[in-house]
Design a protein around this ligand. Sequence first.
Ligand code: UD1
Length: 358
Amino acid sequence: MKLLHVVGARPNFPKLAPVHRAGVRQGVSQVIVHTGQHYDEVMSEGFFASLGIPVPEHNLAVGSASHAVQTARIMERIEPVLLAEQPDWVVVYGDVNSTVAAALVAAKLGLRIAHVEAGLRSNDRSMPEEINRIVTDRLADLLLTPSLDANVTLRAEGVPDAQVGFVGNVMVDSLMFTLERERIAPDAHGQWPDDGSVLVTLHRPSNVDDEARLTGIVGALREVATERRVVFPAHPRTRAKLASYGLDTGAIVMRDPVSYEEMLGLMTHAHVVITDSGGVQEETTALGIPCLTLRPNTERPITVTEGTNRLVAEPAELPALVRASQRGAAHRIPEGWDGKAGERVILALQRALSGAGG
Ligand code: UD1
């Protein structure tokens, strides 16, 4: 079996790592294509090094551009690679522009597509990732889901059960692997040491591209920062927007983006996390750390129904919610978030291929 993995943006990398590792263990032939959607050292190469992913065989170096231009560039540049490599599976991850662009090209070339993290829906088409999720799932031959609610969603959308496989959450594989390697461990009572800080990550266009919205968020975070240490490693797009709107971040500790290991260190020690990231919603649930998600909806509802996540529509609610946040609230770890999802992805790909007569 030959796999061609396509990744491009920061959240793809922890999803690829455990699948690639499991593929190596099973002696699978694998090729990695990096589209170059993210290209800063700390957003890209640093993650490859942290996660033990080999240097990609192909880098399409598409860089930043409008959605249309970025997607089109990926499509143009990946077509000859797919034609030359002729994999048994094109494996795409998550919901970024690289995911949908690769799926569209592979589908037209008649190559089999597997989507890791299928079936998530925010039901909010103003979110670019929602368009990417819907289109990728329509095109994929094998839809591998991170949680069982995603199977229910895909069935309701009419996807045949035979095309859907529940594998669990590959992000949690990377989380567990890295915590163990870095010796980041809970105390004797199974608790993560709470340093009282508030960790913030925000980069969604709906939060940072609107001046009034971002001004409200910064105001709320500044208020929180009068009571607790607030640490905010800012994505480049967030940094740029803060500067262009001339916003004063006051006592908030602004940081450049941090490495994967450092992020997990900050997260395990935080009293509460404020985010709009999908991955951080999952990681906090896996760790049992309280999370306030600054969005009206989530494509990962299991982090709310079973985990430690809470949706917050209005930034002004944050100071009171941070005050009310408590460590150790009752929660469950969703099924399949066990560190073995990468193995199950490889198994599902092998089974589906032999079923297809490949
Ligand atoms: C992308 C994904 C989003 C994911 C996020 C994680 C899409 C539609 N969005 O959003 O789902 O949650 O990655 O980070 O695919 N920039 C740099 N250096 C980089 C990359 C980006 O400076 O390495 C800056 C550029 O100014 C760029 C801006 O960040 O214009 C936004 O980057 P882009 O890739 O368009 O989207 P993200 O916001 O990163």
